[in-house]
Design a protein around this ligand. Structure first.
Ligand SMILES: [Zn+2]
Length: 484
């Protein structure tokens, strides 16, 4: 009932008119397309002409941006359990239906955590407000808040060394994230473990709360939220992110003497609620039971607009398939867009998809995700169950992406996929993620600054072009990426 109501409500709103693709006379007569059943020679040779048509059409199309504008400006951020997520789910289904795809939703129960009001301030040696965001999933403080001395640590070794001082204290994890480099990327994984597990580690020493330096290398005093994970064998304590500037201030003050902070978090965990993964597909012309999944996550944190994370990802996938459909192309396998729900604070959508489609995973040729922001495309990650499959998938993907090397798409990262597709790898599915130009992603990741203005329309269109090309070829080629 709830969803039927929302669908009607959204349909009544002005749905954006996608910019029309330029007329493409070369595909008016599909008999002119290269034969797709039995290509010989390298994939890039066979698909060069049709690939060029897909890329040319997608790069001048602003339909993905129009979709993202509607999602971000009209619906906004969309945490699991929120009314705006329900609206986004109804919108995504309607938008894909309008694009001519066959759509449905698949029920998923999701956690329902709400932030409510929160505040923090330095009490001594100087009084000053602190900019914070409670970490996702944190418990609240007592209603009146808590006031405690701060112990600053820079890693888990220091947390252990200062264990005696941490009883009754607020532990500040002041762990700076290095600047992004071409060679090493963001170091997000190295730093984010403190956000995920720091609260329980400090609670084992009797800490009453933690503050986490925001996981970013650059800041304009913007706090970054993100999920924490409470351990079963430690008391649950409140946890909030502070800005890098405020973390540095507290660390400087603490080097001269005691620092006291007041923290008040109104967060609470409510009962799980019903939500859904949203599916839109184009049936395969020859092997409709074989599937190529392309997806992203429809939920976001409850701050900003969830524009790069991961509004850009879902509109890239939605519009890539819309483009293939609009060009009148009929790949041999089914291409299925999956807007996974609850990636940010539970991954329930991805787990439900892998479980509900278990019988079909043997016929799933590829599962591609986009969840690294809608920046310029740079390549793909790939993950396969075994090393042989990995090598073969890598070789074929290198051949395919040679078609878009002029767009700067050259990177292939092995043995990594993405949160929403990784649960399928164990069942033999080759999975991967679109790699984008990640230089600035973590500047705005999980913040109030993740807004549409940070997304470049041409870069987003280029993502669509590259995904549409890869999805089409992988869905149409004779074997699979990992076939012997
Ligand atoms: Zn994301």
């Amino acid at each position: 009932m709830k969803h039927a109501y929302l669908l009607a409500a959204v349909a009544a709103c002005a749905t954006p008119t996608p910019h029309d693709l330029p007329q493409a006379p070369w595909i008016a007569d599909t008999s002119q397309l290269p034969p797709t059943a039995h290509p010989v020679g390298p994939l890039s040779e066979h698909y060069r002409a049709i690939g060029g048509q897909i890329v040319t059409a997608a790069r001048v199309d602003r339909g993905a941006y129009a979709k993202l504008e509607y999602l971000t400006d009209r619906i906004g951020n969309r945490l699991a359990g929120s009314a705006s997520l329900d609206k986004a789910i109804a919108w995504a289904r309607q938008a894909m239906t309008d694009d001519g795809l066959v759509t449905h939703t698949e029920k998923v129960m999701v956690p329902h955590w709400v932030r409510n009001t929160e505040e923090a301030e330095l009490v001594s040696p100087t009084a000053r407000p602190l900019r914070i965001l409670g970490l996702g999933g944190t418990i609240g403080t007592p209603k009146a808040g808590l006031t405690a001395p701060v112990v600053v640590v820079h890693d888990f070794a220091e947390l252990e060394a200062k264990a005696d001082a941490e009883k009754g204290a607020i532990v500040l994890f002041d762990v700076p994230m290095p600047a992004w480099t071409e060679a090493e990327g963001s170091h997000y994984g190295d730093i984010v473990k403190y956000r995920s597990t720091g609260a329980s580690a400090a609670a084992k020493h009797g800490a009453v709360a933690i503050l986490m330096r925001s996981v970013t290398a650059r800041s304009l005093r913007t706090p970054h939220t993100g999920a924490l994970r409470y351990a079963d064998d430690a008391p649950k304590i409140p946890a909030a992110a502070v800005t890098t500037e405020d973390a540095a201030l507290i660390t400087r003050l603490a080097s001269h003497g005691p620092v006291t902070v007041h923290l008040r978090l109104g967060a609470e965990k409510l009962d799980d609620v019903e939500s859904a993964n949203v599916i839109g597909e184009l049936a395969g012309s020859a092997l409709p039971d074989e599937v190529v999944v392309i997806g992203g996550h429809i939920d976001s944190w409850d701050v900003g607009q969830g524009a790069h994370d991961d509004g850009a990802g879902i509109v890239t996938m939605m519009h890539a398939l819309a483009t293939i459909k609009k060009l009148g192309l009929h790949p041999r396998r089914t291409i299925r867009v999956v807007c996974f729900v609850n990636e940010e604070n539970g991954v329930r959508g991805a787990k439900a998809y892998a479980a509900d489609h278990a019988a079909e995973l043997g016929r799933t040729a590829f599962a591609l995700e986009s969840d690294s922001g809608g920046f310029a495309p740079r390549g793909f990650t790939l993950q396969a169950k075994d090393a042989e499959g990995m090598h073969r998938a890598r070789a074929r993907m290198a051949d395919i992406i040679s078609l878009v090397k002029d767009l700067g798409v050259t990177k292939l990262v092995e043995n990594f996929s993405g949160t929403d597709v990784e649960p399928m790898v164990e069942s033999g599915v080759v999975a991967g993620e679109l790699v984008t130009d990640g230089r600035t992603y973590f500047d705005i990741h999980h913040t109030d600054a993740d807004t549409l203005d940070k997304v470049d329309p041409q870069e987003l269109a280029d993502d669509v072009a590259v995904v549409a090309l890869v999805a089409f070829i992988v869905a149409d080629m004779p074997g699979r990426l990992d076939s012997p």
